[in-house]
Design a protein around this ligand. Structure first.
Ligand code: 5AD
Ligand code: SF4
Length: 474
């Protein structure tokens, strides 16, 4: 079955690829470095898929690569700056390769930095051969061909999300038993701190049948768990096939449909917006057994004044009530959030509201960041920018609280027996590694033949980031 799918994949891509690069017989070395969110992880996988039939095989380090792709993130200033320092290192490797007479290293910058500052990258980093935005990956083989023909035409930052997904083949080669699947891209929410609406464009939902085809292909190759991805995944409104009513489906409807696919055992989704948590999605957490008891629902800040300035479109009380409804549907759910400290105008009292909110809700995990000024966003122009040392001090306090909650949540699982999806053999002091329903990495001893299967594990130890336990005989 796997073989059959990979032939389909090769064929599908071959049709979309110019002949002069298809015909190259020698394997070329491809190094992709991924920054930022899981959607970039997904996109990097798809770039590997699209480049495999034209002779590119992935390697783990950039030394000696024929093609280097940096798949970049623009969400915070630090993330964007990392790209330029990496390009400095790549430049040395490119020169070494040329001096050793080993041929050209083609350097591509992809992702959100490419979309946001394509022109600037080319000016600042002449080592870069081509720049391509997130909606143009299906054109990568063609662009590489152009570069090798002319070493000209370096910029491709279209905004046609539909074309990207139409031209990427449904079949793909997963590299494990848990896979990401992008179902939605872009965002229309315009939070005042965020670049996403500018780098990924307007909201776009992939049609249901495309997603079903990709899911089936993954499951046929052994995938047991799929995480549905989108910048705003619960705003999903995808065209359904005629036979299913031909309407637009919500995320809840899509999840219920995917859950009927035999062999698929777990579904997750990320990342969502509180304003798009509809009743159907909430109840799905209660009655759809394949939907895992884990919800990443960013709050960002606890003060209503700051939530308003951020243009989040809800108050803290509304968020708290929403969480209460989710907990009625699924009492054991693990909650997760993103937080920003030091948004312009945030006072000590505002920050304390965030701390209060964390204490009241109780999170199983969370991500927290210092506000980073993003040029072109409304937040950048706001008065009352918070000094760096104040942001650092607030972030440290918040992270201490969140770390404590995460540890407490993990410890609360001690004594429970949980289904673990075994992902690989590990070389720690326990030989198997897998994921719990609440997403924690879990270590235990067992036969390596369990990899790719579900195992029941009694939890005995818990740290901040992982669990440990023993296999329970069924
Ligand atoms: N500064 C700091 N954090 C940010 N995020 C988005 N934009 C910024 C910014 N300008 C955070 C938000 C979002 C997460 C993906 O990144 O918390 O939910
Ligand atoms: Fe950015 Fe807000 Fe859209 Fe999330 S909802 S991607 S934070 S603008």
């Amino acid at each position: 079955m796997g073989q059959h799918i990979s032939e389909d994949l090769d064929q599908a891509i071959a049709q979309a690829v110019p002949e002069e690069i298809q015909s190259s017989k020698n394997t070329k070395k491809l190094f992709i470095k991924t920054y930022g969110c899981q959607m970039n992880v997904y996109d990097s996988e798809r770039m590997r898929d699209v480049l495999a039939p034209v002779g590119y095989a992935p390697i783990d380090t950039p030394e000696g690569a024929d093609l280097v792709v940096l798949n970049t993130c623009h969400i915070r200033e630090k993330a964007a700056e990392k790209v330029y320092s990496e390009l400095g290192r790549i430049k040395k490797l490119k020169n070494q390769k040329a001096e050793a007479g080993e041929g050209d290293m083609t350097v591509a910058v992809a992702g959100c930095v490419a979309q946001a500052e394509g022109e600037e990258i080319m000016r600042r980093a002449p080592v870069v051969d081509l720049v391509l935005g997130p909606q143009t990956y299906h054109k990568l083989p063609e662009m590489i061909a152009k570069v090798s023909r002319a070493r000209g035409e370096r910029l491709e930052t279209d905004f046609d999300t539909q074309e990207k997904f139409d031209l990427l083949p449904a079949a793909r080669k997963p590299n494990g038993f848990a896979a990401f699947l992008t179902i939605q891209e872009g965002c229309d929410k315009f939070c005042t701190f965020c670049v996403v609406p500018y780098t990924r464009g307007a909201e776009f939902s992939r049609p249901v049948d495309q997603i079903v085809a990709e899911t089936r292909s993954l499951v046929a190759q052994g995938v047991k768990e799929i995480t549905l991805l989108g910048q705003n995944v619960n705003a999903y409104r995808g065209a359904a096939p005629e036979i299913e009513g031909g309407d637009k489906w919500s995320l809840g409807q899509l999840i219920r449909h995917l859950a009927t696919i035999g062999g698929l055992e777990r579904l997750r989704f990320t990342t969502s917006h509180p304003r798009d948590m509809d009743e159907d999605l909430i109840t799905a957490h209660g009655d759809e057994t394949k939907l895992m008891p884990y919800l990443h629902l960013p709050l960002q800040a606890g003060s209503d004044r700051i939530l308003k300035a951020m243009n989040r479109g809800h108050t803290y009380a509304e968020y708290r009530d929403l969480i209460a409804r989710v907990r009625v549907a699924r009492p054991d759910i693990a909650l997760s959030s993103d937080f920003i400290v030091g948004f312009p105008g945030e006072s000590e009292i505002d920050f304390e509201r965030t701390m209060d909110a964390v204490r009241e809700i109780g999170y199983g995990s969370a991500f927290s960041f210092k506000y980073s000024v993003r040029p072109g966003t409304p937040g950048a122009a706001l008065p009352g920018q918070v000094p760096e040392d104040v942001k650092s001090e607030r972030l440290a306090r918040l992270q201490e609280l969140l770390a404590q909650q995460q540890t407490d949540f993990n410890k609360s699982l001690i004594g429970k027996t949980l289904p673990i999806l075994v992902e690989n053999v590990s070389n720690g002091n326990k030989n198997l590694f897998g994921r719990a329903p609440y997403l924690q990495g879990t270590h235990f001893d067992g036969d390596p033949s369990l990899v790719g299967k579900m195992a029941m594990v009694k939890i005995e130890t818990a740290g901040r980031n992982s669990l440990g336990g023993s296999l329970v005989e069924n």
